[in-house]
Each structure stands twice: as structure tokens, then as C-alpha cells.
Design a protein around this ligand. Structure first.
Ligand SMILES: O=C(O)CCC(=O)C(=O)O
Ligand SMILES: [Fe+2]
Length: 312
């Protein structure tokens, strides 16, 4: 297992989503490496994941076509109060409630929403590309959850999948979120403002795709910030709060943030990323699988409501 700047790189190819079947042995081998990283930094890069580079590239192109639309067009697709899908403009969300709003804009895709809620007039391939990417991520995400169960030595490799029965349907808020971090001009930022404030992810795991710009940093055990430098061809996988609770804190849901580059030339470059947030089912009660009482029982629904109230 190679390590780059503190976040390990794991070869996922024995469990690639291209393989229709995977052996318990492969799941255990890959899963043990992932779990080792997850007990420390909570983040890994995976290679050999099986998602074709062309599909990722196409998805990022479609995403750029949307974000480069005029602001008044994008705002027609804005996320409405009480809903979880749609567009959020620059400086409307605050992932760290102690900081100014994040200098980023986002689009949250969930399957099954009315077609009029998506920019299909302006970006005709939007729903097809987003839904395909959602399905691809969901397939890989289930594989990763199986490997984690095997890596932890759980008897049932479906231990975590049982909490994701409604993924992609009502009753589960798993989302594909794209992020655009616009160029930053001199003196444009408020005191303490970041591209994305410190936070941990809410669900079970996140699959994160980033371009080559950089700026993502992960908090290490001693409070130091470790850059998650882009590595071409890899996907970042990280632990969310629900997986931490299910594993009684063994797997760590580390805080992370996106900083603005120091150098003027790099601040002028926009950054794009995409996050597939695997959420447990809204009504499923999550508590440590080992029966311990280190984390009180909680549903994803209760937790998301609390987090959204802090963010908007
Ligand atoms: O843009 C990134 O690299 C990180 C995104 C992220 O952490 C999030 O949306 O939760
Ligand atoms: Fe995050």
C-alpha cells in the first residue's frame, strides 16, 4: 500500500466494479487496506475502481456546461426550502457555521425528481449523464461497503448495505453533488472565508472526484491539515458520520475543507469536483453494530434535518 502525502492509495482492482463477481478473499484483502486507512485518516485514494475515465470526463463536461450558464438561469433550478435537490449559488451555504458562507456553488442531484426541476432545455444531456453517473457510483459504493464489512471481519458482508435498501428511491437521500469553486479575485474574500468550510460528511461513505486544481485538505489525528493532492485516475473514498457511528468510532469521519490557493495565478483557476454521498435510509435507526452504547441511536432523517438547519 503506497502512501502519498499521508492519505494511502489502495489498489481496488481485485474488487473493481467492472468485475461481476468478487471473491471473499479479494474483498477481505482490499477491505483490510481501506479499513486501516479509515481507522487513521478516514480517507483513501482508490485506483482500479472500474469507472471509465471517459465517463468521468463526460460527466465533468456536462457539469461545466451547467455551471457556466448565467446566474439568473441557474437560479431557476435553485434548491427550494424543505427539499434536497437543486442549485445553491455562491455564498449561500456554510459548511462550518463559525465561518462566512462558502465561496462555491453546487448542484445536488437526486433520482426521481420532476424533470422540470433540471436544466434540460439548456443542457439536454443533463439528466441522462447525471442519472448514469449516479447509478455507476451507487454500484461502486455498494462494492466498497462490502469490502469494508469484509475488512472489519464482519460475518455478513451485506452488514452495511442493509441500511441502504432504498438508495435511489424515496426513503433515502443519497445524492450526487457537483461543486464549482469560481476564480477568486484579490480582496474578494471575507475574513476567514474558505472555498468550503471544515465539516465531516453526514452519511456512510462519500466517493469524491476532483479535477487537477487541488485545495482539499483533511484533518489528521493531531489536528494537522493534510493536503489531498489530486492523483489522476483515482477516486477518494471517505468515511461519513453514520459509518463512524455504526463502527463505534473505529472508522473515523474526519473533517475536511477546501482552501483558496495562496498564489495569485492559482486563485484565478476555477475548481470542479463531484461527491457521491451514500446516505443510510431516512428511517433506519443507526447505532453501533457491536452493541456498544458509545453513540446514541439516530436516524439519517433526524441527523440531516439538524445539519441542514446549521448549513442554510
Ligand atoms: O470539493 C471537494 O473536494 C470536497 C467536497 C466536499 O467535501 C463536500 O461536498 O462534502
Ligand atoms: Fe465533504
Amino acid at each position: 500500500m503506497a502512501t502519498i502525502v499521508g492519505i494511502p492509495v489502495v489498489d481496488f482492482s481485485p474488487c473493481s466494479s467492472q468485475n461481476s463477481e468478487v471473491s471473499d478473499e479479494s474483498l477481505k484483502k482490499v477491505g483490510s487496506e481501506i479499513c486501516k486507512a479509515f481507522t487513521e485518516v478516514g480517507f483513501v485514494y482508490i485506483t482500479g475502481h472500474g469507472i471509465p475515465g471517459e465517463q468521468i470526463e463526460r460527466f465533468f463536461q456536462t457539469t461545466q456546461s451547467f455551471f457556466y450558464l448565467p446566474g439568473e438561469v441557474k437560479s431557476r433550478y435553485a434548491m427550494r426550502k424543505g427539499e434536497y435537490h437543486g442549485f445553491a449559488a455562491t455564498e449561500t451555504e456554510r459548511l462550518n457555521p463559525d465561518r462566512p458562507q462558502d465561496f462555491k456553488e453546487t448542484m445536488n442531484y437526486l433520482p426521481g425528481c420532476p424533470i422540470k426541476d433540471w436544466p434540460v432545455t439548456e443542457v439536454p444531456q443533463f439528466v441522462k449523464d447525471y442519472q448514469n453517473f449516479f447509478d455507476t457510483c451507487s454500484h461502486l459504493g455498494h462494492r466498497v461497503l462490502q469490502s469494508i464489512a469484509a475488512g472489519l471481519g464482519l460475518q455478513d458482508i451485506k452488514s452495511f448495505q442493509k441500511f441502504h435498501q432504498f438508495l435511489g428511491q424515496p426513503g433515502n437521500l443519497t445524492a450526487l453533488r457537483t461543486l464549482h469553486y469560481p476564480p477568486v479575485k484579490v480582496n474578494e474574500l471575507k475574513e476567514g472565508q474558505l472555498r468550503l468550510g471544515e465539516h465531516s460528511d453526514y452519511g456512510s461513505i462519500t466517493l469524491l472526484f476532483q479535477d487537477d486544481v487541488g485545495g482539499l485538505e483533511v484533518e489528521g489525528i493531531n489536528g494537522e491539515w493534510i493536503p489531498a493532492t489530486p492523483i489522476p485516475g483515482t477516486i477518494i473514498v471517505n468515511v461519513g458520520d453514520m459509518l463512524m457511528r455504526m463502527t463505534a468510532g473505529k472508522l473515523k469521519s474526519n473533517r475536511h475543507k477546501v482552501v483558496v490557493p495562496e498564489e495569485e495565478v492559482r486563485r484565478k483557476v476555477p475548481r470542479f469536483s463531484a461527491a457521491f454521498f451514500m446516505m443510510t435510509d431516512q428511517e433506519a435507526v443507526i447505532s453501533p453494530l457491536d452493541g456498544s452504547t458509545s453513540y446514541a441511536p439516530l436516524t439519517m432523517g433526524e441527523y440531516i434535518n439538524k445539519k441542514f438547519a446549521e448549513t442554510y
